[in-house]
Design a protein around this ligand. Structure first.
Ligand code: FAD
Ligand code: DLZ
Ligand code: SF4
Length: 502
């Protein structure tokens, strides 16, 4: 009796634990496109296309390597509603009683797989640097789970950018060098784009037919869908964009949706790239003198620091983490998160990029759409749902810490020691958005005052009790307290009117 070997749509590598454990000559690999996964959030059409095309390419690769793959396409008559249903049906077909799986990236699917009426071996997903045990050991007995300390352990564990046990360049973190606005006219070249092959074209047609009302623009579709293509996207980034990544990783430009960002999260999270190989390629560029240390350290920190840390938080905090709402925010997500129809140019550009590419870079996610939602008191569950469906790299294990923790402070301060809020001033410093915005970034009140300005003070004022004793926020409260009462009243009045009209 063959054992079944489950490979999910974000486990597309022969290095995934279940495949390493499996026997090519006797076991059957099960891969299934199912409506349950396609609809548990109403994914961006580009994410759906990426996922199904990459799954089909990986199926072909496994078959060429000699594996028996039981694959159902979404448009097959035999397609199932859920992953569990697909496994049970494959078990019937092959007379199997045993399944080997690699732990999925979300609690809901883990729970479904754990309830299968089959002998199930659930292997830990070791495509990460830190195992659950590593993260929990690091977190145990710490009062604060700050990413920086975890990151240093990951540097020691991997040996990346380490010299004789010390951080290369004598410093762990070069973040202070990485906050430059992008100079006018700079051209980063953009990510490598791929033309759809026959498989991808079929998938695109299927997505158009079956998901006509989902958010996002599908064509032209240019994501990599095979490991080899993702490898080329990595080489392209290392050659063309890694060097300026350091200086400009927080910058935003109206006419460039990507700047020096790698666009590798989509591939990393689906299994098309391995995080350590990505980091080693970046480290090699530094050793070869092709990229400066501040850029390479900044990039590696995102992957073995933030990415691993977010995953650790997700599994440690449990299945209820993404429902937290520490600031009791209840407002509905404004319509312009879907339509991009707003006079706020920063938001318009971030939502347009999201709609067009299923991608926005980190600072757009954190300091534009995330910042606005937090300032405006949007219900974090609505914010979470929007991010989950809007981005091609979205999975629970990485989204929850970023949205509930980092962006919305809805976990009450596990991920961040203070909320990521800013007035328009930060956006103005880091972008060219404000120069052509209908609002005036210098104004705090008045008809054309930048909404980020009055909302910022409104946020601080309404959450004074929680934040006024936070030493990192004391300066902000001092500035607010220096303002005359009538000016404060004008700010609060304008913010309330704006929020009522949202
Ligand atoms: P680059 O800027 O080139 O960074 C390199 C790599 O570092 C990324 O590919 C990614 O793997 C990793 N990385 C950087 N920052 C983070 C981070 N905070 N958490 C995890 N990995 C990180 N990332 C996701 O992978 N999936 C998500 O669903 C996701 N949702 C986010 C939601 C919000 C509100 C915020 C603030 C951030 C979110 N991020 C998410 C983190 C980050 O914004 C993306 O990883 C990054 O924008 C991906 O683009 P890139 O590959 O061009 O990244
Ligand atoms: C994202 C996604 C989608 C859209 N569809 C499928 C699918 O049909 N079959 C599958 O195996 N995986 C899919 N995925 C990826 C899963 O949603 C992902 O494995 C879980 O969210 C856990 O990370
Ligand atoms: Fe955004 Fe305000 Fe700048 Fe307009 S002025 S782009 S709303 S920060």
């Amino acid at each position: 009796m063959p054992r079944l070997v489950l490979v999910l749509g974000d486990q597309l590598t022969t290095r995934v634990a279940a495949l390493r454990e499996a026997d090519l000559s006797t076991d059957v690999v099960v891969m299934a496109e199912v409506m349950g996964e396609a609809t548990y959030v109403r994914h961006h059409v580009r994410k759906l296309a990426f996922c199904f095309s990459a799954m089909r390419h990986f199926r072909n690769r496994l078959r060429s390597a000699g594996w028996t793959v039981d694959y159902t396409q979404l448009d097959d008559e035999a397609a199932h509603d859920s992953i569990a249903g697909a496994i049970l049906s494959a078990a019937d077909r092959h007379g199997s009683t045993e399944v080997i799986a690699t732990e999925p990236g979300e609690w809901r699917l883990l729970e479904a797989l754990q309830s299968l009426p089959l002998k199930t071996t659930m292997l830990e997903d070791d495509r990460f640097v830190a195992s659950h045990a590593d993260f929990n050991a690091w977190a145990a007995n710490r009062k604060e789970l700050r990413m920086e300390w975890f990151y240093r352990d990951m540097r020691r564990k991997t040996g990346l950018l380490m010299e004789d046990g010390e951080p290369a360049g004598g410093q762990w973190n070069f973040d202070h060098d990485n906050r430059k606005p992008a100079p006018k006219g700079i051209d980063f070249g953009g990510p490598l784009r791929f033309s759809p092959d026959g498989i991808t074209k079929e998938v695109l047609t299927m997505i158009e037919l079956r998901f006509p009302d989902n958010f996002g623009v599908l064509r032209p579709f240019w994501f990599a869908v095979r490991e080899e293509e993702a490898g080329r996207a990595l080489s392209h980034f290392i050659k063309h964009a890694l060097a300026p990544f350091g200086d400009y990783q927080d910058a935003m430009l109206s006419n460039d949706d990507f700047l020096s960002h790698s666009l590798l999260s989509i591939y990393l999270n689906a299994g098309l790239l391995d995080p350590i190989e990505v980091c080693e390629a970046a480290e090699q560029a530094w050793k070869d003198g092709a990229a400066p240390l501040n850029a390479v350290e900044g990039f590696i920190r995102q992957i073995i620091g933030w990415r691993e840390y977010m995953r650790g938080i997700y599994w440690r905090e449990g299945p209820e983490y993404d429902a937290r709402n520490a600031l009791s925010h209840r407002r509905k997500l404004p319509e312009f998160y879907w339509t991009a129809e707003t006079e706020m140019r920063c938001i318009r550009r971030a939502v347009e990029a999201t709609r067009d590419h299923a991608y926005a870079h980190h600072i757009q996610r954190l300091m534009v759409t995330g910042n606005f939602a937090l300032l405006a008191g949007i219900d974090p569950a609505e914010v979470y749902d929007w991010y989950m469906l809007a981005y091609a790299d979205a999975y629970g294990w990485v989204m929850a810490g970023n949205v509930i923790g980092m962006s919305q402070f809805a976990d009450g301060g596990i991920v961040g020691s203070k909320p990521y809020v800013s007035s328009g001033n930060y956006i103005n410093r880091m972008s060219d958005y404000c120069a052509e915005c209908a609002y005036d970034v210098k104004k705090r009140t008045g008809e054309d005052a930048c909404p980020f300005n009055f909302l910022y003070w409104h946020f601080l004022d309404r959450h004074r009790e929680r934040f006024q004793s936070n030493p990192r926020m004391a300066n902000m409260y001092r500035s607010w307290d220096r303002l005359a009462d009538d000016k404060k009243a004008a700010v609060i009045g304008q913010a309330n009117a704006f929020l009522d009209a949202l």
